[in-house]
Write a protein that binds this ligand. Structure first.
Ligand code: MN
Length: 263
């Protein structure tokens, strides 16, 4: 395990993603996370901490709680452990787009030797996240995706085992927001610069392109609304019958009070 490929793909002067390092867990539980990533395509990056890095798979359709639904998971380069808390906007370069921390928690292997299980292409494990729980398996497949992107060994399936945490609920639809900020993509983008992709959007055509165009618009509106709220003076309706201000005022109202006193 190493982070060479991760580092080679990124210019840390241009991306807010952490440069990171190999971090061996010392007596704490293993971390896992799922990052919803709108780049050239929407996908879910599934990451399990092992041997000081985050083993990573890109799952185009996201995890399914239904044991009958096997989800394609493409093995991608290991990521630094610090990446597991990342949420934000990658303005350009590799992975350009919006990253949301969709789920996080701890995981435990259901096998003695994780290294051997990975080599064999069959890793059974238990998740304890906010959204994903219970028993799962990642199995490598040489199936129809083999060779398509340079070697069938990158292609795995993520499958839920039948237990109390399995079900037909579509978890990506039911719980679409961030576990870190509670925001959706537009909120994350509004925290940054919604105009970042005025030209050269990371996703242009197709579903992802349409989705991104909508998110950019909503984020710009959120940002504009916030700017107006900041400037808002105390509204007459917020005054009590006596004309005094209500005791419980918001921070913005208190600020406008101070501004008004200065006048
Ligand atoms: Mn990704």
């Amino acid at each position: 395990m190493a982070l060479e490929e991760y580092k080679r793909k990124r210019d840390f002067k241009k991306t807010p993603e952490p440069e990171g390092q190999i971090v061996k867990p010392k007596g704490r539980e293993r971390f896992f996370c799922v990052q919803k990533h709108l780049a050239s395509h929407l996908h879910y990056d599934f990451r399990l901490e092992h041997d000081g890095v985050l083993l990573s798979w890109a799952v185009p359709k996201g995890p399914s709680l239904d044991p009958k639904t096997k989800r394609l998971a493409m093995k991608v380069e290991d990521h630094p452990v610090a990446y597991g808390e990342f949420e934000g906007v990658i303005p350009e370069g590799y992975g350009a787009g919006i990253v949301m921390l969709w789920d996080r928690g701890t995981w435990a292997p259901e096998v003695e030797d994780v290294g051997a299980a990975l080599k064999k292409g069959d890793l059974k494990f238990t998740l304890n996240g906010f959204k994903l729980k219970g028993s799962w398996v990642l199995v490598r497949t040489g199936g129809r995706y083999a060779g398509a992107r340079g070697g069938g060994d990158r292609s795995w399936l993520l499958i839920k085992h039948r237990d109390d945490w399995a079900g037909e609920l579509d978890i990506t639809e039911f719980a679409p927001r961030s576990v870190k900020s509670d925001g959706d993509f537009e909120d994350i983008l509004a925290e940054d610069a919604p105009a970042v992709w005025q030209t050269n959007r990371p996703a242009k055509g197709g579903d992802a392109g349409a989705m991104l165009a909508e998110i950019i618009e909503r984020a710009a509106k959120l940002k504009a609304d916030r700017a107006t709220t900041k400037d808002t003076k105390v509204q007459p309706s917020r005054r009590t019958a006596s004309g005094a201000l209500p005791r419980r005022t918001t921070r913005n109202t208190q600020k406008s009070q101070r501004l008004q006193k200065k006048k």
